[in-house]
Design a protein around this ligand. Structure first.
Ligand code: SF4
Length: 327
């Protein structure tokens, strides 16, 4: 029986953090056994917001591959590739853009949101408005059956499905409609209590040393109402406890859940215990990462090989598209 195909990508716009690991990479790793997975480094997508300064993109791409491999993505099982090494994505993007109505793009919720929120960059560009069309091309060029998405990314996939239907309506059935592979991503709080995100500067990065991670965890925000050690706390509103629930054993969480509320335990004790489990959890990944980092040429080859495999499939789809469009 042939496996169904899954496609997903990640923008190399910074270093990877714990939220990326638990939110996406860990899920990608698990999907490898059940599906034929295509995972790509979305370097063109990174340009939609970072076009003015591309000086770090090479570093971020390399770091991303290191983390992917260290987290268990296996180039023998999955196709790991870089978008810019498969120019067929861009060709399909142009073709899809011809038939994509402008209002479809203008109504994408994140488009307006980002235009308003991102003050330090000029996002009034053709590339930024058109990035959902590029995203549609990324998915359709591999005729992906499934795209792993969280609930907040559903509108993006729906737009891809609309673009797909419109294309098929004009030119015949070339693309299957990709389906969402609904995934519950654990939301990891950052060190300031807000969602862990590069833009908030509150991340625990996978490449950080145990000393750096320890320093950050020891300074992490806890229940804001618990000012002194003798004040009772509330784990329900404590961002550190959210990390406890992911990384510390159940017994410890139950202990904290009782003792914190009657000031029987201090935040420093809890932070130390969390650190112990967090560092143990990250240790194998960090060791694999270190080994891989010593062989940069091998890392490069993995992506080149994967991109070559992706190109074969992409070129085949593009040939079908050209024929369907009578080009
Ligand atoms: S003891 Fe733990 S759960 Fe309670 S406030 Fe401190 S860090 Fe949060």
């Amino acid at each position: 029986m042939t496996k169904k195909r899954v496609l997903s990508g990640m923008q190399p716009s910074g270093l990877l953090h714990l939220g990326n690991l638990m939110g996406a990479l860990d899920n990608w790793r698990k999907l490898q056994d059940q599906y034929e997975c295509y995972y790509f480094i979305a370097d063109w997508h990174a340009l939609t917001t970072n076009y003015a300064d591309t000086s770090m993109i090479g570093t971020y791409v390399h770091e991303m591959v290191l983390n992917w491999l260290a987290a268990g993505l296996d180039p023998e099982k999955s196709v790991l590739f870089k978008q810019s090494l498969v120019p067929e994505h861009a060709v399909l993007h142009v073709l899809l853009s011809m038939a994509t109505p402008l209002p479809w793009l203008e109504r994408v919720p994140t488009y307006k949101e980002k235009l308003e929120q991102v003050a330090d960059k000029d996002l009034h560009t053709y590339g930024f408005l058109g990035y959902p069309v590029l995203q549609a091309a990324d998915i359709l060029i591999y005729k992906a059956d499934f795209v792993p998405v969280g609930i907040d990314q559903l509108p993006h996939l729906e737009l891809t499905r609309e673009i797909c239907r419109r294309f098929d309506q004009f030119y015949g059935n070339v693309f299957p409609e990709p389906q969402p592979l609904m995934t519950e991503y654990p939301k990891l709080p950052g060190t300031d209590g807000r969602k862990m995100s590069k833009s908030y500067n509150n991340c625990l990065y996978l490449s950080e040393s145990p000393e750096e991670l320890s320093k950050k965890v020891m300074q992490m925000v806890t229940d804001p109402a618990r000012v002194r050690r003798q004040d009772p706390g509330n784990p329900d509103v404590c961002p550190l406890f959210a990390l406890d629930k992911i990384f510390a054993p159940k017994e410890w969480c139950e202990h904290v859940n009782v003792e914190c509320r009657r000031a029987g335990i201090g935040c420093v004790d809890d932070k130390k215990e969390l650190l112990k489990h967090l560092l143990a959890f990250l240790k194998p990944l960090q060791e694999r990462r270190k080994e891989l980092a010593a062989h940069p040429k091998r890392v490069l080859e993995i992506i080149q090989e994967g991109s070559g495999r992706a190109r074969v499939v992409a070129a085949q789809t593009l040939a079908e598209v050209n024929e369907a469009m009578k080009l």
